[in-house]
Write a protein that binds this ligand. Sequence first.
Ligand SMILES: [Mn+2]
Length: 603
Amino acid sequence: MISNELQRQTPPNKPPVLSGSPDMSTPISIPPTPTYIIGHKNPDADAICSAIAYAALKEAKGELGYAPARCGNSNARIDTILTRFHQPLPIYLSDVTPRVRDVMVRDVISVCQTATCAEALELIDEHDVRILPVLSEDHRVIGSVSIFQLGSFFVPHMREPREMRKVFSSLAHISRALKARTIHMERADHAEELFVRVGAMDVKSFGKVSAGEGVPLEKTIIIVGDRRDIQIRSIELGVRALVVTGNLPIDEEIVQAAKRAGVSVMVSPLDSATTAWVIRSATTLERLVDRKFASLSADIRLGDLRKKLATSTVAAYMVVNDEGKLLGILSKTDVLKPIKTRLVLVDHNEMSQAVSGADQVTIAEIIDHHRLGSLNTQQPILFINEPVGSTCTIIADLFRREGLVPSPDIAGIMMSGIISDTLHLNSPTTTEKDGVMLNWLSKIASVNSRELANEIFSSGSVILANPPDKVIRSDFKIYEEDGVRFAVSQIEELGFGNFWQHSRDLSKALQNLRNEEGLLFACVLITDINTQNSLLLVKGEEEFINRISYPSVQKDEIFDMPGIVSRKKQLIPYIGGILKEMHTYGVMPAPGSASGPFDKPAA
Ligand SMILES: [Mn+2]
């Protein structure tokens, strides 16, 4: 375990049990992160279903700590599938960029400002830490105390002997620290500045010494043994409190006199020297707190923080929430810790399609059926890439190979992924294995695949259910090839009627998307599930559009693509061919050239 140089993490077998005392506090806890199984941005049914199914496979294999996730919104089709097979929508992760919360020390030993030096020292000793955050009663950070500060409080200051006798506390705290027997108390909970004096001198010199030091008697605590004369004189002079040491008895007469004079009296079980020391240690932290502290939000990206830390002299940052409450502590060494966030990518392998920040965390596994992108990993990983019709086919096969049978609902989820991605085994991406798996799953789920396909495909038209910009983005992927960025969306519809009704608005939305993302071109493949034909709506560089060889239905914008239903297997390779041709002829606009919408907008 890498330990913080200032605040070590409490060992797991030793929970930070401070809740028993009202003066101690533990920070608000955040659960540790699981490994997220996550599909691509703008998830389609296969991305969601494969994440759920793979998490179920992990659980069936007894591997714990995996959770299905998504990095985009659901849609009508996904909702239909999840409801049909009783699955909750996976957790939404918008960004996994490593942040302060991922590396900060969470189990921080902290102390409340009303605690005493003695209590703080005990915590420092017990937990072997050098600095304690000091919190208000409602968990807000007000500063810190270090062992150095506490030490210098107790070290003698020869030039200012008065300081050595000062204590800021309440009589109640003092009595508690001494484990004293209280005889009479006046304003026990009042926090005040007091000065300790041992009544060792002769009774005649007693009053003069105090006056000479400029310490008012009503701020003086007298520590004394069974010296009646000093006890009586102290009461007469009106000191704040009288502490009788060594558990010695007190005359009833003196007790009555103290009550009349309003002087508090307690009996300490300790000798005079020790009593004086313990009273000073009852000083509450309020007066000792170093209120200059550096704080950070848990959401700050580590990438943004590294520069700042390199030039900073701050040893430790308090990590606080919006209300200033303590969540953890961060020191320079914490920033060097390995990031614990782990992802299993399903249904994609290109970073441009993965959740934001995926390139800065550990990719533990990839299960996919798409072309290989340019992905690098730090370590060797499990990478299954199989040219089948859907990621759910691969996961169903993994279940079978492990000799495991998914639950009927999980089988239904995998059927849905296969049906959706292969257009019920009709897409040219379909392989024999997709059919075999769909059949196997159908028996486990007791669901007829044709009926399920009808349910899934009739679950609402994306075009009718969403505004044009959402339609364009509902299932869109950005690709990068030789420094060229382009987007390809796909919509499945029953017939082209809805599309023709909204084609103008969709065209505008597509142009906006192209401008916003700085793309060479953006296009949408509208596929009719009934006839297995598609239309392509495209906005982009003339040099690109002119090279599309399919018949144009609407000038330079909409093309007829009979028999084209797969973005991955048919359209992307076709586009790749055009891009290659453009490179060959040298008509590709250079990335980063100031030619308008092709430029990637500044982040
Ligand atoms: Mn897929």
